[in-house]
Design a protein around this ligand. Sequence first.
Ligand code: DAH
Length: 330
Amino acid sequence: MLSKISETRKLFEEDLSKVNDLKSLEELRLKYLSRKGIVPQLFDDFKNVSKDEKKNVGLALNELKIFTQNQFDSIKEKFDSLSKSSNDSELDISLPGRQYQIGSKHLITQTIDEIKEIFKGLGFSVYEGPELESDYNNFGALNFPDDHPARDMQDTFFINKNFLLRTHTSPVQVRLMEQKKPPIRALMPGKVFRNEAISAKSYCLFHQIEGLVVDTDITFAELKGTLVGFVKQFFGQDVVYRFRASFFPFTEPSAEMDIWWQPKGKEGRWLEILGCGMVDPNVLINVGIDPEKYIGYAFGMGIERPAMRKYGIDDIRILFDSDIRFLRQF
Ligand code: DAH
């Protein structure tokens, strides 16, 4: 009887290894485990086993029963989970694939990056300042007298009497000169805010890049050379430009730079692209730099307008709409 049991186990293992679908699994069950199957029949035969053999045979029989049942259960479980998962993911190969939308840099960020790269090549480092500024940094330290009409020129969003949303990036010059000793060669990009009527040409928010150089032997010629080098790299070597005398409270002398803009099929015209000048000695005094020893130049330009020129965009508002269909084109 014991040898019959171990033989059954071998046969069962052989048959089990051949099971490859639900049908053959069911055949295995019928052959070994069903009521008329081999294992229950061995239990029937158990009645005829002699008394002294009963204990050993009983143990072996039970072991066989547990073994065969467990093997059957675990294979059945595998088949069940397989058929379930293949039902879940009924594959429809005609379904269009999922589109993942990948973000990209905004045109303005790209333009700022491009300008930064040009000036980095000229030895400038990049600094940033806060968008919420003190009235002093935005105006006072930059030599705007308290009742100066220039304060109204830049329609200001005041937070309270002493704080405002900066109207230009020039206050970052003040912060930098207060913190850092010359020589300074800095580029300062950022958002600025003005309370202007919104139209295709102007928006309440835009971006500027400020430049500042302070050292012992700086000249106006160097300022011009730097800016000419910049417009040639940004707009192309054949760009036509000019400098015009101008006024800013924080520079003396001051100038504005224009480039000649010739849209296809339209009349060309001069476009102002930046303001610049030699840092006014009063500003140096305000930040604790000796104007007898140091001299500086500064410039400031808007980003939106040159970017619009360069990429042929005629409405500034579209730059702030976050319309993917527009932004994706760049
Ligand atoms: N802050 C000026 C503006 O917003 C632009 C400007 C002009 C900046 C001359 C400068 C400068 O640094 O030297 O209109």
